[in-house]
Design a protein around this ligand. Structure first.
Ligand SMILES: Nc1ncnc2c1ncn2[C@@H]1O[C@H](COP(=O)(O)OP(=O)(O)OP(=O)(O)O)[C@@H](O)[C@H]1O
Ligand SMILES: [Mg+2]
Length: 222
């Protein structure tokens, strides 16, 4: 088992009532799975990713990541687990505006205290792999949406994470680029990396080996 969510609830208060973003959500992911997560807009896919990534809290339930009980950890411990294990491709990229493409991609390596010469080599590999060598000194606002998305993917993959969370990772790419990213995911999955991708695309979903459907904040596989 890589991770397990047991009876997870997350809500916001609105006009004195609870509005549930996650509603009795149960999910077990085994090591080495490639999951496609689908569900209508607003069903809670991004919310779920933030919980799995430990970037956001939940109100009730238990969350286990490998041997850790996440609901018992403080935020510093959670950040450490995230930095060491998870590559997150955000739906809205979340690049750091005042860092260049090069520096954005390098950031996760700094958290892992990888030495300078090795960092240079790894970033150069990523720039090459994603065909963005010529963009390395530009800032995010100087890139197209698709280029920003590629930088976000490169940044997530550079640490060879145990788990990749990809939230609509190819939404701004053309179909050729999109298929290349899906093929890359498939290769990484073959190497043993667990992948969860949220997608509205049937053809992207088909790359996964298990489909999970989300509806109104809970898993709905009926
Ligand atoms: N901080 C918040 N306060 C209130 N409501 C929120 C908050 N964050 C998310 N929501 C609501 O939770 C629901 C789930 O949102 P979420 O972003 O997880 O959906 P999604 O499945 O990722 O949708 P999409 O496919 O459009 O990306 C939405 O109805 C959204 O408005
Ligand atoms: Mg979303």
């Amino acid at each position: 088992m890589l991770l397990k969510l047991n009876h997870i609830y997350k809500w916001v208060k609105s006009g004195g009532r609870r509005v549930f973003l996650l509603n009795d959500l149960n999910l077990t992911i085994e090591k080495g799975e490639f999951i496609s997560l689908m569900g209508p807009s607003g069903s809670g896919k991004s919310t779920l990713f933030n919980v799995i990534a430990m970037l956001d809290t939940f109100d009730e339930g238990d969350y286990f990541f490998e041997n850790e009980t996440i609901h018992d950890l403080n935020s510093k411990q959670k950040t450490k687990l995230f930095n060491e294990n998870i590559g997150f491709i955000f739906q809205a990229y979340h690049l750091l505006d005042d860092l260049t493409v090069y520096e954005n991609i390098e950031t996760p390596l700094l958290y892992k205290k990888i030495k300078s010469s090795e960092r240079k080599a790894l970033v150069a590999d990523m720039l090459d792999k994603f065909n963005i060598v010529g963009k390395k000194d530009l800032f995010p606002h100087q890139l197209s949406g698709g280029q920003q998305q590629l930088v976000g993917i490169a940044r997530a993959l550079i640490i060879k994470p145990k788990l990749i969370l990809a939230d609509e990772p190819t939404g701004n790419l053309n179909s050729t680029q999109s298929d290349e990213i899906m093929q890359l995911f498939k290769d990484l999955n073959t190497e043993g990396i667990t992948i969860i991708q949220a997608t509205h695309s049937e053809s992207n979903a088909a790359y996964g080996s298990r489909l999970i459907k989300l509806l109104d904040g809970s898993v709905n596989n009926k």
